[in-house]
Ligand binder design. Structure first.
Ligand code: ZN
Length: 239
């Protein structure tokens, strides 16, 4: 009781002093620091703040949704409409898996970053980029407006025809058809992520992207090759 009184007296003295001096910051800090009351307050303060944290429900809830994603909604809503021309059961099953894999990869932050950060010849760009920036190319993929069906429907619309030829061509297409041709010579031995990469490569032609017809040094940096490789490589993580 005596102690409390003494403290009370001290405190009231302090406030008076503050009011008089007109320097509220200096005097009280010095006086309270010297007293034992302040020391005990310091030790109780952390316990006071941690106790409500663990007790209340609101605090942990606000901490849970911490991961902030910059992934556009279109990356997650990206859909596929892939029509197979009279496939065998093997072809259908395998291709369905590849299409599902494409959807998964497009919906990742890793894919977005890979497309945006691609470099060619020392700068963030693609060879054969149709005059578009990396960001515009990424957006065109999400828009998915094929040249022959040019609505930005956020959906891969493409047909697939299987054929067999004993040569080095994995697949091909051209600007006047809505489908791609897939050589079963390679398709049959491919892993799902390789089929997905090839599908994406061919589909990027449908969006109007091209590349050199011969194996030039810049060809791997074209949109169909570079982004096709991204789908293939990132897709491997899902297998
Ligand atoms: Zn090509």
């Amino acid at each position: 009781m005596k102690r409390m009184l003494a403290i009370f007296l001290l405190m009231s003295l302090m406030t008076v002093a503050c009011n008089k001096d007109g320097t509220p910051t200096d005097d009280p800090t010095q006086t309270t620091d010297g007293t034992t009351v302040d020391g005990s307050e310091d030790t109780t303060d952390p316990t006071d703040s941690t106790d409500p944290d663990s007790d209340t429900d609101s605090d942990p809830v606000t901490e849970v949704p911490a991961p902030i994603s910059t992934l556009p909604a279109q990356a997650l809503s990206f859909s596929t409409n892939v029509y197979l021309y009279s496939p065998t059961t093997y072809q259908e099953d395998k291709y369905d898996e590849a299409v599902a894999l494409v959807k998964k990869v497009v919906g990742t932050e890793a894919f977005r970053k890979a497309v945006l950060n691609h470099t060619y010849s020392g700068s963030k760009q693609y060879a054969n980029n149709n005059g578009l920036t990396n960001a515009q190319i990424y957006q065109s993929i999400l828009d998915a407006a094929e040249k022959l069906t040019p609505s930005k429907n956020n959906r891969m619309d493409v047909g697939v025809k299987f054929y067999y030829t004993n040569n080095s061509v994995v697949g091909y297409t051209n600007g006047s058809i809505t489908y791609i041709n897939v050589n079963t010579k390679y398709f049959n031995g491919y892993d799902i992520n390789e089929v997905a990469g090839n599908l994406f490569h061919e589909w990027l032609h449908k969006l109007g992207y091209g590349h050199d017809s011969t194996a030039t040094t810049r060809r791997p940096y074209s949109v169909p090759y570079a982004v096709g490789y991204m789908i293939r490589n990132l897709g491997k993580n899902f297998l």
